[in-house]
Design a binder for this molecule. Structure first.
Ligand SMILES: *Cc1c(COP(=O)(O)O)cnc(C)c1O
Length: 288
């Protein structure tokens, strides 16, 4: 397996602020950025006796796709539990969903069974487990090697909060994040669930406006396009717009040096762009 490590860093300037980008999106084309970090334990350690991988979540998630690659590489079957698959997606598979199906993922509708046999490896939704620490620690070491004694704030948008939580465990720098999936209170509960001792927690900044995960927002699309035009970098459409909006709104609270972790997710953009285009088309026809 060719993982690009350490992942590159890049200096960018956006909306008048200078930021060091940590390009975790370039680690591996098949592992969506931080999922390569979170799944590193399972990629680098043999799992004797395992023949089946089980997880759950949404039918378009980046984690789902990365898990399908892990299962394929290891020769395991992969059962993925979902609440539902949108009919449009079922009839027109694309993005993460189509790619995971091609890797042999089996979709199971409904709740998880209460117990699994000894041949089954269960990884919780979004890879939110203690094993994620192994790969995130490597990211922390790369950041330490790059920044050393310099005062720097590390910023990244959160889903389950696993990446932000473990980064803060291994770094002397301040880790700042914003919740993309739930409220700040939800994210704090996620941190507490991962914590085994009284430890430092990442700081949570919230945007003025509340956004719902997976919904389309004109300000999200706008900042995504502006980022691409001004920096030349393609960001993800689910997490990064909320991340950048929050970073810009709170810019005065940051240290002079900021490092933004680009956590990948580019494959998921395909389905988001389709939805934005469909919405745009609807809006155009309404205008006529
Ligand atoms: C999964 C993912 C996240 C969220 O990571 P957590 O560790 O769950 O907080 C953020 N950005 C991208 C692009 C992701 O794929």
């Amino acid at each position: 397996m060719n993982f690009r490590r350490p992942s590159p860093t890049q200096e960018i300037s956006f909306a008048g602020i200078k930021v060091t980008l940590k390009r975790d999106d370039l680690i591996h084309p098949d592992f969506s950025g931080n999922k390569a970090r979170k799944l590193w334990h399972f990629l680098s350690h043999d799992q004797p006796g395992i023949s089946r991988l089980v997880s759950q979540g949404s039918a378009q998630s980046n984690a789902m796709y990365s898990l399908s690659v892990l299962a394929k590489m290891r020769g395991w079957s992969f059962d993925y539990y979902v609440d539902h698959v949108a009919s449009f997606l079922r009839e027109n598979p694309h993005g993460n969903y189509a790619a995971a199906l091609r890797n042999g993922m089996r979709i199971v509708k409904g709740g998880l069974p209460n117990r699994f046999d000894a041949e089954t490896l269960f990884i919780p939704e979004g890879g939110a487990c203690q094993e994620a620490a192994t790969g995130i620690r490597m990211l922390a070491e790369e950041l330490l090697a790059h920044f050393g004694e310099t005062e720097v704030d590390i910023f990244l948008p959160s889903g389950t909060g696993t990446t932000a939580f473990f980064l803060q465990q291994y770094l002397p720098y301040r880790v700042v994040t914003t919740p993309c999936v739930g409220s700040p209170a939800y994210l704090r509960r996620q941190f507490e669930a991962l914590s085994t001792a009284d430890t430092a927690m990442p700081e949570i900044f919230e945007s003025r406006k509340r956004y719902h995960f997976g919904k389309l927002y004109p300000d999200f699309f706008k900042i995504w396009v502006e980022l691409k035009e001004e920096t030349g970098v393609t960001f993800d459409l689910l997490y990064d717009p909320k991340g950048w909006i929050t970073l810009l709104e709170h810019r005065v609270r940051f240290a002079p040096r900021i490092c933004y972790i680009h956590q990948g997710g580019i494959m998921g953009n395909e389905s988001m762009l389709r939805r934005y285009r469909r919405q745009q088309k609807l809006m155009d026809t309404e205008r006529i």
